[in-house]
Design a protein around this ligand. Sequence first.
Ligand code: F6P
Length: 326
Amino acid sequence: MKKVNNIAVLTSGGDAPGMNAAIRAVVRTGIYHQLNVFGVMYGYKGMLTGEIFPMESKSVANIIQRGGTVLKTARCKEFYEPEGRKKAYENLKKFGIDGLVVIGGDGSFKGAQKFSQEFDIPCIGLPGTIDKDIAGTDFTIGFDTAVNTAVEAIDKIRDTADAHDRLFIIEVMGRDAGYIALHSGIATGAEHILIPEHKTNIDDVIDHLTANERRSKMVNLIVVAEGDEFGGADEVARHVKDRMPQLDTRVTVLGHIQRGGSPTCLDRLVASRMGYAAVDALLNGTTNVMVGIVNNEIQFTPLDKAVKAKQQIDPEWLKIVKILAS
Ligand code: F6P
């Protein structure tokens, strides 16, 4: 087993609430095990430019409750080129870094996987993304906060929809995954939830809205994942307005508010457990894995599997949507 002495932590890709709690856990667990811990600014970009600095216990004081990431984040194209990774490796070596914790989504894991295959620096990934589009874990850091933000916003929309008897078509984030839409849609009693994982029959949506109109059900909420086949809420609204011009239809795109805010208790817990487990893994000589939580147990998944095998949507969930909206 190789002894690890100096570890670095970075956040990469889109920020997610709870990333700070994960950084805190990595730093404090590392210090507990008498490791030197370094922070890398702006994700892989900071590895390339050498923005690397030592962190102490107090560097992560007062951040557990904060959204965003104190280490900043970026999407770095150069790191996906061999020369970029070589430059990053040389910078890590200057600081004697022999273990890396990457907090990010699937794009960041692809980079980490390549890097740890090419160079002798063990990498551990922590799933930090609001999209929850990673296999090998029941939770990703940030999803719970994002989905609760969406629920709060949709509840507010329901009030005004009710006051005016309107149909609201609400777009939520998720890139090419439908988890935020599915969870927030069920939790707010949406009539329809349109997600990329499931083919939507627009005729069914129109038939259902027509039936609702007949029985004078005037408040209708449709939650659309941004990656849905129709291309978002505006496109869905165009279809509905063409076929049902009599409905008073409005569109709301929730956007980046879903990425910000103080992390929920669940996200702080998940981040703290995962950050602790990441350092443990490095000390045990583990490399090239993502830390997940499955059935409340810490589980490790090879980075390539976490990236390739997206989580599957249980068809039972879609059945629930249909039954509860009838
Ligand atoms: O991956 C997180 C995410 O918020 C996605 O849901 C969304 O598609 C994307 O990032 C937005 O990226 P950007 O902040 O670069 O516009």
